[in-house]
Structure formats: structure tokens, C-alpha cells
Design a protein around this ligand. Structure first.
Ligand code: TYD
Ligand code: MG
Length: 453
């Protein structure tokens, strides 16, 4: 009998090795190798002639047509999908455990009236799912079919007998194909299961949602290897202690990837946040130092967010630098610029930076807001509360041009702010705005004069 050859597969990137190794030579992760039996799905060895039935199609013979879309009736969700669900698409929804992925899926299912939805769960019993649906104030649950099963071959059988209009798989890490030796959640199981679902979606034209868990580092564990197979990768994120949840498209074959959807978690499920700026500024305190309002672009929408800084003398040893929702290295850079160009002494100060509401921002246009908050906290002078700051800071302390200035200014005007500080070079791209004073600045120092005085 031939010896069964096993191989070791990196669970992070899918790299194969005949031997166990501690550190993956491909992605440099430690302790990620797991023994897996080879897949029994062998390539057929048909002669070339037997396969020649397929024909390529000249491109201009194909009629162009708009992709038909099914609205989920949740606007924030439709926007991220690029205008609705595309039949036959396979969508991966990733996110931390407990962030609300199952809730989002169930809410969507409840809104899709008149469609048969098959909700397959390998994580919860059908009773638990029903309990959740009841919390979500569902009136009509007739067309939702529940299946608590993890064996994909059995699941496929159910689907073939009664094809539904939409399938939700919660989660891909719990599904397995009995033909494969490795455990559910391993790279080969996840990959094979996805391949099966992909074929199902494409041949039957059924849209399929696949839920995937994310590791602490923020990568979609295991499912990272399937990101290239699916049509759309959605990420559901937020801080566990805050109610806000943001849905992002990381990849979308049927739409743009820079749209986001904003939700708020309540006792009765997720609610859409139609006016994010108002929501994010609702807890702002006036007259305290270390707080600046910035106008950030999320997707194609401007959102006003409060950035906070707290600067206090270091009590012992190394000064601390701490950020929530903002890049740590970017903070170090801004601190260096403030030391050198503005003359602040931060070497013996702890600096904490926080983006209010538990959101993450990673665009340079908020630099100015962060710098102003830090300066304001150090000097203990409040920033003008009727102003909004926009601008990227260069190493020379110059304020550099940013994109979409007009939208940012409009949003600030809409929410009743009196003044907006923008990069001087952006002045030409904003024409007369109603009721808001626009001030262009060249350097950080000029901006500080305007905002802190
Ligand atoms: P869930 O959708 O189960 O998360 P995931 O599938 O991403 O693991 O949501 C879990 C959390 O959401 C849980 O801590 C309870 C909370 N929650 C609410 O606050 N309100 C609700 O209506 C529901 C259904 C859940
Ligand atoms: Mg869940």
C-alpha cells in the first residue's frame, strides 16, 4: 500500500512544507503549521482531445447589460455592496467575534421579503437563531429557513432539493467537507468549502454570504486564503465598547471599495446611522482643551469627527505615547514636527490621542486636528469650538493639500460651524460657501494662531 503523504500547511498564508517548521518562510508568522492530508481531489489525466469541447467567445458578440441587483432594503448595506446584491455573487463578511455579523445577516434576511433565505449556522442552534430574530422585532419570518449543520455535503443536498433565493453560511470556519482529513477551520477545509460554495453560487445564480472570523491582528484568519476566490470582501468593524459599527468593502467586483456603511448597535439590533457627523459629535464637551473637530472623508462621504489629545507630565521613566483609532507611528512623526517646528517640549510629557466614537481614521487630512489637539492640551487652552481643521502636515511643518476639500467644507457648513481651516493651496478649489469662513494656512504655526490663538 502506498504511504499516505501528509504535508504541513501554514494556516496564515497557505504555504506548504513537507516538514513541520516553526516559522513560515513565506509570511514569517510563527507556529502556524498544521499537518494536513493531501486533498483526494486529483486532477484527471484525460488526453487533450477529449477536453476540446469548450470554445472561447469573441468579446463583441456579448451583449453588454447592467448587472441586475436585489436591494437589501438597508441603505447603508446596499451602498457598500455597490447598489444591492448581485445574483450569483459570493460575499465574505469578516469581523471580530461578537461585533454583530450574525445580527447584520439576520436583519438583512428579515428585510428581504418574499425571498426564500436559507440560514446555515455551524455556531448556534436553530433556537438561538430564532431567539436573536425575535430580538430584532421580526414580524414575518416565514420565508427564512434555518439549518444547524456543518457537513457541506449534506447541506448541498438540501440546497439541491429546494434551491433558496439566498444563502447565508455562518461561519466558514465551522464548515467541513467529509472527504478531507483535516479539521474544520484549517486552510484546506476553508478553501475547499469555499470552492464548493463558489461553484454553487455561479452555477445556480444564488447569492451566498459567507461569514468569517478575524484574528486579533485584524486579518481574516483562514479566510484570508479565500479572499481572492470571492467576489466581495466586507469587513465589519468597531470597538467592542462602543455602539458604532462600520461596514467596509475591502474588495468588490461589483462596485467601488471606498464606500462605508455606518450602524449603531441597539438592544433591538443594528440601526443605520444616516447622519454620522451629528452622531459622532453628539458627546462633545465645549470649553475643554485638547479637542478639535476634523472633517474626514470616509468612502465618498465627509464625516466630522472629534479628535482628542491629553498631554500630561510623565511621572517616571519613559514618556508614554498612546493612540486609539489613529496610527501610532504617524503620532510619533507629528510629535517630532511639533517639537522642531512649533517648539513644543514633549520629551517629558505623556501623550494620549483618541478618536471619539471608537472609529479609526487613517487619512493624513486629520494631521492638523491631531496637532492642534496636542498643542491645546499642552497649553491648556481650548481650541475654538466653532472651527473645523483640515490639512496634512509635512515634515517641514507645512500644511499640505488634501483631496475633496469642497465636500469637507460643505459638511462643516451644514453642521453649523463658523470657520474652517484648510491648506492654503486648496483655497482655489473651494468657491463661495454659504455662511462659513474659509481660511487657508501655509504652516502649522499659522493654523495654531487661528485655532488656539
Ligand atoms: P452577533 O451578531 O452574534 O456577533 P457575531 O456574529 O459577529 O459574533 O452579535 C453579538 C453581540 O451583539 C452580542 O454581544 C450582543 C449584541 N447584540 C445587541 O446588542 N443587540 C441585539 O439586538 C443583538 C441581536 C445583539
Ligand atoms: Mg455569529
Amino acid at each position: 500500500m502506498a504511504k499516505i503523504q501528509t504535508k504541513y500547511v501554514c494556516q496564515s498564508c497557505g504555504y506548504n512544507s513537507p516538514r513541520w517548521v516553526g516559522k513560515c518562510p513565506n509570511c514569517n508568522e510563527w507556529n502556524t503549521f498544521v499537518e494536513e492530508a493531501p486533498s483526494p481531489l486529483r486532477l484527471s489525466k484525460k488526453p487533450m482531445g477529449a477536453m476540446s469541447k469548450i470554445e472561447p467567445i469573441p468579446m463583441d458578440e456579448l451583449e453588454s447589460q447592467d448587472v441586475p441587483r436585489v436591494k437589501t432594503n438597508i441603505d447603508e448595506f446596499d451602498r457598500v455592496l455597490g447598489g444591492g446584491l448581485v445574483p450569483g455573487s459570493l460575499i465574505l463578511l469578516g469581523g471580530d467575534p461578537g461585533i454583530g455579523k450574525s445580527t447584520l445577516m439576520m436583519q438583512m434576511a428579515l428585510k428581504l421579503k418574499g425571498q426564500v433565505i436559507l440560514y446555515i449556522s455551524g455556531e448556534e442552534s436553530v433556537r438561538q437563531i430564532k431567539l436573536r430574530a425575535e430580538r430584532l422585532e421580526a414580524d414575518d419570518t416565514k420565508s427564512i429557513l434555518l439549518l444547524a449543520e456543518t457537513n457541506l455535503d449534506l447541506i448541498l443536498d438540501v440546497i439541491e432539493r429546494n434551491p433558496p433565493d439566498l444563502i447565508i453560511v455562518d461561519s466558514i470556519q465551522t464548515m467541513y467537507r467529509p472527504g478531507l482529513e483535516s479539521a474544520p477551520g484549517s486552510v484546506s477545509q476553508v478553501r475547499e468549502s469555499t470552492a464548493l460554495l463558489l461553484r454553487l453560487a455561479k452555477t445556480q445564480g444564488i447569492p451566498i454570504f459567507v461569514i468569517g472570523h478575524v484574528t486579533k491582528e485584524g486579518v481574516i484568519a483562514g479566510p484570508r486564503v479565500i479572499e481572492h476566490m470571492v467576489d466581495t470582501v466586507l469587513q465589519f468593524e468597531g470597538e467592542a465598547h462602543y455602539a458604532y459599527r462600520i461596514l467596509r468593502a475591502l474588495k468588490n467586483r461589483y462596485g467601488s471599495t471606498n464606500e462605508i456603511g455606518i450602524f449603531e448597535m441597539h438592544d433591538s439590533g443594528l440601526r443605520e446611522v444616516k447622519n454620522p457627523s451629528e452622531a459622532f459629535l453628539s458627546e462633545r464637551r465645549y470649553g475643554t482643551s485638547g479637542s478639535t473637530v476634523v472633517s474626514s472623508i470616509e468612502g465618498s462621504r465627509p464625516i466630522l469627527i472629534e479628535v482628542q489629545a491629553l498631554v500630561t507630565p510623565t511621572s517616571y521613566g519613559m514618556p508614554q505615547r498612546n493612540t486609539t483609532g489613529f496610527d501610532y507611528r504617524r503620532l510619533s512623526l507629528l510629535l517630532a514636527v511639533l517639537e522642531k517646528r512649533v517648539g513644543l517640549h514633549l520629551g517629558s510629557q505623556d501623550v494620549f490621542v483618541n478618536i471619539a466614537g471608537g472609529v479609526k481614521i487613517d487619512e493624513p487630512a486629520v494631521d492638523l486636528g491631531i496637532a492642534t489637539s496636542i498643542t491645546s492640551s499642552l497649553r491648556d487652552i481650548p481650541v475654538d469650538s466653532s472651527s473645523v481643521a483640515v490639512g496634512e502636515i509635512g515634515l517641514g511643518g507645512e500644511i499640505r493639500t488634501v483631496g475633496h476639500v469642497e465636500k469637507r467644507v460643505q459638511e462643516a457648513a451644514k453642521l453649523g460651524f463658523k470657520k474652517v481651516i484648510i491648506p492654503h493651496n486648496n483655497l482655489k478649489s473651494v468657491k463661495g460657501q454659504n455662511g462659513i469662513e474659509i481660511i487657508g494656512v501655509h504652516t502649522v504655526n499659522e493654523a495654531m494662531e487661528q485655532l488656539i490663538g
